[in-house]
Design a binder for this molecule. Sequence first.
Ligand code: SF4
Length: 364
Amino acid sequence: MSESNDRADGARADGRKILLQCTPAEIEQLVAAAGGKKFQAKSVRRWVLERGVDDFNKMSDLSKDVAKKLSESCVAVENRVRESRKAPDGTVKLLLELRDGSTIETVWMHGGSDVSGGGTVCISTQVGCAMACKFCASGMNGVVRNLDTYEILEQLSRARQVAPFGRIVVMGIGEPALNLSNVLAALDEVTSPDGLNISARKITISTIGIPEKMKGFLKTEKPYSLAISLHAPNDALRRELIPTAGKVTIRELLMFANHYFKQTGREVTFEYVLLRKVNDRMAQERELAGVLRGARACVNLIPYNPIPGSPYGRPDEETCREFREVLRSCGVVATIRWSKGVEADAACGQLRIARLEAPAAKKI
Ligand code: SF4
């Protein structure tokens, strides 16, 4: 890990600003101080956020002198690509190193035929995760800290270096509901016509389901797609798999889903990681169907991506398809999300954990 370059006041040790941490007015000042025109500030921001350019010298509308002076006062992108892994299906997983040496993951995936702009990007919201889901690499070592708004946005700049994208899923490392203000501030930039101008409908936020925090999603009044992690057909098994779920019940989550639908017109997706012989049995299919029948929600089944040290396995394809068919036959809208980029350590947090200097190989 690299050494932190922070000062006590949170600025860089060399005094340079970080572009995406600056307000538009501050960027105007920086550009003007470098000898540029104020109107070039918008273009500089666009180069970084929309086009993934991390070097002022590569911004063709800046003179060499202005680019040089801007480089002396400002950093275009603060994070560093520590590792990049490409799977045969084209999925690219980036391991990004932040200013304090912490690492996070960002993933670019082919988004399917319905996607304009080429792909989908999965972003992280925290360094590590406190939710400790038993099957997840990201929860293995707990949470270190929340990501700043600019650190969330810089992931998109790095992903754009891979290829264009038209969808964003907030499903990477961390629980977005526990870093709500920074996540929503970053998504405001993403949806803004002055930012990436991506529709809220093309953004999915995935949460473990913390009812009092989830109310924050309703306050935005933006029709983000919401995905809630269910993973079990009953509260007892859910608490076993997600010990931090505490007293939250599936009934409460269903009530929230109905409320979300009434307010936004959008159905919540319940995510269900299929774990072999843990939550994929025939009786559990029927139990889940009974729980979800009549709810304004659909189910996304995710065959588990096994991680080293985990006792959980992935069901075979036939079991996954049968699980889906039983749900459908009971009137529940169900789909399967086959993993992308398995060869790129695609399970959430897997690459980060593998690269931590002393990973705590937690046995469960
Ligand atoms: S599955 Fe999501 S919420 Fe659970 S530990 Fe992993 S990152 Fe955190």
